[in-house]
Design a protein around this ligand. Structure first.
Ligand SMILES: Cc1ncc(COP(=O)(O)O)c(C=O)c1O
Length: 406
């Protein structure tokens, strides 16, 4: 559909008329992106401060990732795992070398990678740890977000994510986020794994107290419970380290990755673990038609190369500090708290500020795209390739909007 003959309102009307109403987006209709910038159908330019929930860490349409995708699409797109292809081997090798885990299971969406981790943990629990079949327990944390499947929402405590979707999958327990003592108390002989986001992204950029991951690592080792980290949003540079667990040297037993594993170009996710855990999967146990497909595998290799070779992780640490310090310095009366790790900032507003949405709307009018998370948090998380000048530009816009809206 040629966008020049349709206005933004036309596209919005089509979406509203024919699409399911399961999102509440800002009314900006994007048609092009490059680096940290995106353009709408009416030619307006915006700084993308959401980066597709960290899927676009490498920046929009990174030329090296686009080239890998186009080149692969012109050769072969999909083989299924019924046959082998010449991209999957190099891709799983690249992921293994990046993560330090010996085995890689490719999927597509983040939720599928998390589902894979739950299946691996349950089967490891029964076949290796010796928990009676059907008794395996997995402990997750309050305010978690790991996707939208039935099993994943079964351990969500967000009422809206569950409302009407029962019956739920049994076998999960919740403990307060970051509370290592509560976690240890919740462990029973049937506990096979804990599943944790090292930083809760959808929860509002919630960073656990220093030392938490280390303590949880020790508890998991002591009780022979798998420590599984969901690094789908926190991983691949967002926190200023390649993986968030590196801040505390708390290497997990397994990990899920997605989003930026393709630089936003294609749905690519993985579950990674060492041989003892991954060894529970045998042919036919698990899979996906598209998982490990040649385009995804080629794009994934390019996305990893870009992250490593272009210094994006280091840049996230430097520009994140500049942005975080700058936001704190604005110090508007409506600020409740500014939480920051790497290039990931949760700007929590006071309840009296009237909600984060109106700030996001005002920022959009200034050419800066942010998205509220929950009612009172503005999330600021631009692509990791942002420059100091672009950070200063964003700070200027934030300053202006906070001065105007109070
Ligand atoms: C930590 C985490 N896990 C899993 C997911 C689910 O990923 P997807 O939307 O690709 O299924 C998300 C998505 O925001 C996430 O932030």
């Amino acid at each position: 559909m040629p966008s020049q003959t349709f206005s933004a309102q036309d596209f919005i009307a089509l979406e509203e008329r024919y699409g399911a109403h399961n999102y509440h987006p800002l009314d900006v209709v994007l048609t092009k992106g490059q680096g940290v910038w995106v353009w709408d159908v009416e030619g307006r330019k915006y700084l993308d401060c959401l980066a597709a929930y960290s899927a676009v860490n490498q920046g929009h349409n990174h030329p090296r990732i686009v080239a890998a995708m186009v080149e692969q699409a012109q050769r072969i797109a999909l083989t299924s795992r019924a046959f082998r292809n010449d991209q999957l081997g190099p891709f799983v090798k690249a992921v293994s070398e990046l993560t330090g885990f010996s085995r890689v299971l490719p999927m597509n969406s983040g939720a599928e990678a998390v589902e894979t981790s739950l299946k691996a943990a349950r089967k490891w629990g029964e076949k290796v740890k010796g928990v009676p079949a059907g008794q395996q327990e997995i402990i997750a944390f309050e305010h978690n977000f790991s996707g939208r499947t039935i099993a994943i929402i079964s351990f969500s405590d967000e009422a809206q994510y569950r409302d009407g979707f029962g019956p739920f999958t049994p076998g999960f327990k919740l403990v307060p986020y970051g509370d290592a003592e509560a976690l240890e108390r919740a462990i029973t002989p049937n506990t096979v794994a804990i599943l944790m986001e090292p930083v809760q992204g959808e929860g509002g950029i919630i960073i656990p107290p220093a030392g938490t991951l280390k303590k949880i690592r020790e508890i998991c080792t002591k009780h022979r419970v798998l420590m599984i980290l969901d690094e789908i949003q926190s991983g691949l540079g967002r926190t200023g380290k390649m993986f968030a667990w590196e801040h505390e040297g708390a290497r997990p037993d397994a990990m899920t990755l997605g989003k930026a594993l393709s630089g936003g170009m294609y749905p690519v996710s993985v579950f990674v673990a060492d041989d003892e855990v991954m060894g529970v999967f045998h042919p036919g146990d698990h899979g996906s038609t598209f998982g490990g497909n040649p385009i995804g595998a080629a794009v994934g290799q390019a996305a990893i190369k870009v992250l490593r070779e272009e210094g994006l992780v280091e840049n996230a640490a430097v520009q994140g500090k500049r942005l975080g310090d700058g936001i704190k310095a604005i110090g508007a009366a409506s600020f409740q708290e500014v939480r920051q790790i790497g290039l990931w900032i949760g700007l929590e507003l006071k309840p009296l500020a009237g909600g984060a949405r109106r700030y996001c709307e005002a920022l959009k009018d200034e050419g800066m795209l942010c998205k509220e998370t929950h009612e009172h948090t503005i999330r600021v998380a631009p692509p990791l390739c942002i420059t100091a000048n672009e950070v200063d530009w964003a700070l200027d816009k934030l300053q202006k909007v906070f001065a105007r809206l109070g």
